[in-house]
Design a protein around this ligand. Structure first.
Ligand code: S6P
Ligand code: ZN
Length: 192
């Protein structure tokens, strides 16, 4: 791709409301329901029951208007609603960047975890408002809401990083975040 195969976008002012963790203007908005998370939760019987029943929204991703293009720096706010599937906390699908580049997350509301897996090593970063989690290149990443209110975070990532979801289906994420008497516990990964 040449440097500017598509015209670069103009400088942009985006307003952010800390009380609601919303941005204006917005770009694409994505909604992931339970039925969109096939093959990810360990308890497939419970997943099927939920996905074919009320099929709750698990998370939404609101992007800024900055496009996912080479040299651009898109941002998005992910909101993971509280809840679990068979005791496994609500989470994002998780992905690798096919073009291995780093990314940062900034916690905005609620409490969550940033689960990272490079194929061998697993890391967990406790996320809360004001915490920046750094995702190095080559680490698959998934976010989990381990609290009882919406967990929201801002992501900033290179525009050509991309999303490889199949990698996570093939390799897992090294661990699962399960409800426990003290909040959450990390259990060794077992395929769904
Ligand atoms: C993009 C960044 C986030 C996630 C979002 C949803 O690189 O990591 O915006 O896309 O949190 O997660 P997922 O795994 O469904 O894309
Ligand atoms: Zn990413």
């Amino acid at each position: 791709m040449t440097a500017f195969a598509t015209p670069p976008i103009s400088p942009l002012r985006i307003s952010f409301d800390p009380a609601t963790a919303t941005i204006e203007p917005t770009g694409p908005i994505l909604t992931r329901r339970m039925s969109d998370l096939e093959g990810l939760f360990a308890d497939q019987t419970e997943w099927r029951r939920s996905a074919s029943g009320d099929d709750p929204v698990v998370y939404t991703v609101t992007s800024s208007p900055v496009p996912e293009l080479d040299r651009e720096l898109p941002q998005s706010i992910t909101t993971i609603l509280p809840g679990d599937c068979g005791g496994e906390f609500h989470m994002t699908k998780g992905h690798q960047h096919p073009d291995p580049q780093g990314e940062i997350y900034l916690g905005l509301t609620g409490v969550g975890g940033l689960l990272l897996f490079d194929g061998e090593r697993t890391e967990w970063i406790d996320m809360a408002p004001g915490v920046i989690g750094y995702i190095p290149p080559h680490w698959a990443h998934r976010s989990v809401n381990v609290g009882d209110e919406p967990y929201r975070f801002l992501a900033v990532y290179p525009g050509r990083a991309g999303h490889d979801y199949q990698w996570v289906l093939d390799h897992g994420m090294g661990a699962r975040a399960l409800r426990s008497p003290n909040g959450y516990e990390l259990a060794p990964y077992e395929s769904a």
